[in-house]
Ligand binder design. Structure first.
Ligand code: BEZ
Ligand code: FE
Length: 298
């Protein structure tokens, strides 16, 4: 046998061995009792193994990945899920949102939740200022929560959260000391209306100190998000809606680091010189207004 034939034979054995490992692992996970978990695990094993084979993942690269995941875990805390930022940056979050919430006819589109939603946000009365000291240009937001027949929905619980003019969220600030700001829960009355004051959100990069940003710096170089407000709306008898409203003047609408922009979610944050705001409040400095209705599906 020539040396060429010999090495071909060795490589063939190697491929046989990796296929045998995959088959053995699949056979084991065939025993998973829950049918959905079984479906997910079998597909995961198939795809992860074929990924490792396709890129010929080395032991050194595998170890790097394991250590990177360990470090990613260390960046996680309540209000900061670094794994979620990874999922967002890899487009996985938007893929699942798009699969789960196909574009609803005549209703508001969903987008990703992001890592900064907190349960039990402070409750505010409609029309009040939720900024709680956040720095930025005043903004007055109003609109209605409607069903697909255009009827207002009462008793909707609206969570809203957003950045200040540094592009930071309260959870990225000294949260222990300052507590929540730019974050509120509001409940609609019979007219389905919501109104609140806060500060204008600005474009911001994803957190600069974790593992997700290192991955983006080494790959796409795209780490900015366009200015937006986050909303979670829970309306009785309707499907929960998690979405954003994006500022039409943002420079980063075309290159969102986490692929969350939907054209239907881009709105006009209208600039006003000082004067009287839509709620009658006298403003001695300039401000912005937003008027956006949300349409919920059953
Ligand atoms: C956010 O919109 O708050 C966000 C989304 C993904 C990564 C970081 C922040
Ligand atoms: Fe955000």
């Amino acid at each position: 046998m020539s040396s060429n034939q010999k090495s071909a034979h060795t490589i063939e054995n190697l491929y046989d061995a990796t296929d045998l490992i995959t088959q053995e692992v699949l056979k084991r996970y065939e025993q998973t009792p829950d049918p959905r978990l079984k479906e997910i695990m079998l597909s995961l094993v198939k795809h992860v193994h074929s990924f490792a084979k396709e890129v010929k993942l080395s032991s050194k690269e595998w170890l790097f990945l394991m250590q990177y995941l360990e470090e990613t875990g260390k960046w996680c805390s309540p209000g900061r899920n670094e794994f979620m930022i990874f999922s967002d940056a890899l487009g996985l979050s938007m893929l699942t949102v798009t699969q789960d919430y196909p574009r609803p006819a005549h209703a508001t589109e969903a987008t990703l939740v992001g890592p900064f939603l907190l349960e039990n946000a402070p409750q505010f009365a409609m029309g009040t200022d939720i900024s709680n000291g956040a720095a930025g240009t005043p903004m007055y937001a109003k609109g209605r929560i409607l069903d697909t027949e255009g009827q207002p929905i009462a008793n909707c619980v609206i969570d809203v959260w957003h950045s200040d003019d540094r592009g930071l969220y309260d959870v990225q600030d000294d949260f222990e000391k300052s507590g929540p700001w730019g974050r509120a829960q509001l409940t609609t009355g019979a007219n389905g209306e919501y109104t609140f004051w806060s500060v204008l959100p600005v474009d911001y990069p994803i957190p600069q100190d974790g593992t997700a940003i290192r991955m983006l710096r080494a790959t796409t170089g795209r780490s900015w998000r366009p200015a937006h407000l986050h909303f979670r709306i829970q309306a009785p008898g309707h499907r929960q809606l998690i979405t954003h409203i994006f500022d039409k003047n943002s420079k980063n609408l075309d290159g969102d680091a986490v692929f969350g922009v939907r054209p239907s979610l881009i709105a006009d944050f209208v600039y006003h010189d000082n004067g009287v705001a839509p709620d009658g409040k006298k403003m001695d400095k300039d401000f912005y207004t937003l008027d956006y209705d949300f349409v919920m599906t059953r």
